[in-house]
Design a binder for this molecule. Structure first.
Ligand code: HEC
Length: 144
């Protein structure tokens, strides 16, 4: 557990650096982003999403919990203050809509609140890992 926590915090640091470099518009972004990449799908989720999303039932942070998100209607986690855009989108999250959303939230649902603070993840491999993680844990019965 301790080791896990350490890995998470170092990944977060790497993400912070990536975000900084991306903001500065420097060419080093790809190299830094690569250091975040890993074969473990959970690490991909930790690196790109956990900053704002938990994966435990009822645990809403800056974003709603992503527990059970695959197959869920958008904007329906109780107790989370969604934008009207997400609530009224009519989307049910599946592999395809999630992939498009992670790539560029504003292209899928204009006026959403995530796109304001997360510009999207261009790396298709990282997106695939994250979706695999969301699916695998969603299937686990009683997973908290
Ligand atoms: C900087 C914060 C932030 C990051 C990073 C972030 N999100 Fe979000 N996310 C949000 C917010 C805020 C919302 C709510 C959007 C709204 O209501 O308009 C949201 C909403 C969502 C939703 C819709 C959930 C629902 O119940 O309808 C999904 C799916 C999602 N995010 C997936 C992801 C994934 C996967 C990642 C990582 C690649 C990610 N997000 C990274 C802040 C973030």
């Amino acid at each position: 557990m301790k080791k896990h926590t350490f890995i998470r915090s170092s990944v977060r640091q790497a993400v912070a650096v990536t975000a900084f470099v991306a903001c500065a518009g420097l060419a080093g972004t790809a190299a830094v982003a690569q250091s975040v990449s890993n074969d473990d799908p959970e690490l991909a989720f930790n690196g790109h999403c956990r900053e704002c999303h938990a994966f435990d039932k009822d645990d809403n942070r800056i974003g709603p919990t992503l527990y059970g998100v695959v197959g869920r209607k958008a904007g329906t986690v109780p107790g989370f203050a969604y934008s009207d855009s997400v609530k009224d989108s009519g989307i049910t999250w599946d592999e395809k809509t999630l992939d498009q959303w992670i790539k560029n939230p504003n292209a899928v649902i204009p006026g959403n609140n995530m796109g304001v603070i997360f510009s999207g993840l261009p790396d298709a491999q990282e997106r695939a890992k994250i979706i695999a993680f969301l699916k695998s844990d969603t299937k686990k019965p009683g997973s908290q």
